[in-house]
Ligand binder design. Structure first.
Ligand code: TRP
Length: 455
């Protein structure tokens, strides 16, 4: 690749910048909303343990694979698999599938992200006694409001992306990630001062192994793929902007650890907060089934009700901070989802970054507007692109790397930045996992998911 090519594609400015950008991609609604509600639904700490195994045994090796493929080829997912396979149509499908999943996941993710912004405003209007406006802003089924906020969110994302890799993505995530972590710590500390929070803590750290079944393992693996941003080439794309000095295994370890830590911390916030709400008189368990309310109800009904119970300036500030936190976490994730199709247009069609970002932005925003009015589509999109799409992508990445490119060739790339990795235990273990353990586990889970859906 020539220097001119490199300059037009962009690259990361610093090691920490790359790690924060990848962690920003990973940390999102999946951590702060998805993980805690899954823990609450699935036997508390038992889910956390299984989730941990999924992240370490499957997520982490696949992340190393994505970084490596990205850095070696210096391309978007389609270009990467084309170059590695000598233009095989089958291999390119893996890349195309990634681009499609990126567009589709982004389109429903935008609607969810729009809800978080809506609720920031809801808390403001509620504080000023404008309950009618507040109610509209908090109405998840309000098509026009949803559409407006989704488009607004897309606009922010596009504006950051058009700034380029180091001046746009890296700069934004370097600013946002520390703010996000600080907000999370402040909120969690505050919740622990409120009555009822200890019941939540107890539920969170007490494992109930009676709930562990195949269903739970499926949810945990699906959650790991989504939360770590794997399976669709987002991290291939981020890896393609790396220089040869970065230690890919260490970077993936930092990103996985940050993602896990933030998810666990978010659980320490959300689950105690639910019980604080219950203490204040809000129902958190469905009286008919005895099960916890669904994740949407918990985050967008129960929590706002608790903020309103707290009342006054404190309630408003906590509410605003919480939904801003969710929104910022979502923003660093939508950036990575959009960057995949954008890098595809830049690399493959020589399009300018600005034009690529706005074109894809408009297409995705249009799909998001449809979903805004028809929110029941979200479940369908989640099943196809998230529950099936990501593990399928991950499986193809493992198979391609393990049986076509070969782990020993990948290790030659990983060696840049990690001298001696071929003989180091981490390199050996990684080869074993990426060729055997990961594909077998993912294939089992994928088959069970598909069987469950059709039966
Ligand atoms: N990881 C993000 C979350 O937890 C979502 C996300 C961003 C994502 N980029 C991705 C998921 C790429 C899959 C693939 O909310």
């Amino acid at each position: 690749m020539t220097t001119a090519d490199n300059a037009s594609r962009g690259s990361w400015n610093s090691k920490i910048g790359f790690i924060l950008a990848a962690a920003g991609s990973a940390v999102g609604l999946g951590n702060i909303w998805g993980f805690p509600t899954q823990v609450a639904d699935n036997g508390g700490a038992a889910f956390i343990l299984i989730y941990l195994v999924c992240c370490l045994a499957v997520g982490f090796p696949v992340m190393v694979a994505e970084f490596t493929i990205g850095r070696y080829t210096g391309k978007n997912p389609v270009g990467a698999f084309r170059d590695l396979s000598g233009n095989s149509a089958l291999a390119k499908m893996i890349g195309y599938w990634g681009v499609i999943c990126g567009v589709m996941i982004l389109s429903f993710y935008l609607v969810l992200s729009g809800w978080t912004f809506g609720y920031v405003m809801e808390e403001v209007f509620y504080f000023f006694g404008q309950s009618d406006t507040a109610a509209t802003l908090g109405d998840l089924g309000h098509g026009t409001k949803n559409a407006l906020f989704s488009v607004l969110f897309m606009t922010f994302t596009v504006l950051i992306i058009t700034g380029g890799v180091s001046q746009g993505i890296e700069r934004a995530t370097k600013l946002l990630m520390p703010i996000l972590i600080l907000m999370l710590i402040l909120l969690t500390s505050y919740i622990f001062t409120l009555d009822g929070s200890m019941d939540g803590l107890r539920m969170y750290i007490t494992p109930d192994f009676s709930t562990v079944d195949t269903e739970l393992v499926l949810s945990a693996l699906g959650q790991a793929f989504f939360s770590l941003s794997l399976g669709m080439g987002a991290l291939i794309t981020y890896g393609s902007y790396l220089n040869k000095k970065q230690n890919l295994i260490a970077s993936a370890a930092y990103v996985t650890a940050l993602d896990l830590m933030i998810a666990v911390l978010a659980g320490l916030l959300i689950i105690p907060a639910m019980f604080v709400a219950q203490y204040g008189g809000t129902e958190i368990f469905n009286p008919e089934t005895g099960a916890l309310y669904s994740s949407v109800t918990l985050v967008f009904d129960v929590l706002p009700e608790m903020f309103h119970q707290l009342g006054g300036l404190a309630g408003a500030l906590i509410g605003i901070t919480f939904f801003t936190l969710l929104g910022l976490a979502a923003l660093t994730s939508t950036i990575s989802l959009l960057e995949v199709p954008v890098s595809y247009l830049i690399d493959e069609f020589g399009m300018r970054r600005k034009k690529a970002a706005w074109s894809i932005g408009v297409v995705v925003a249009l799909i998001a507007v449809v979903i805004s009015y028809e929110t029941s589509l979200i479940d369908l999109f989640v099943i196809i692109f998230n529950e099936i799409g990501l593990p399928l992508g991950g499986l193809m990445i493992c198979l391609f790397l393990g049986y076509f490119w070969k782990a020993e060739n990948a290790l030659k790339e990983i060696r840049h930045g990690f001298e001696g990795v071929e003989t180091h235990w981490s390199g050996k273990l990684w080869s074993l996992f990426i060729t055997w353990v990961c594909p077998v586990l993912i294939a089992l889970v994928l088959m069970t998911t598909i069987v469950n859906i059709f039966t």
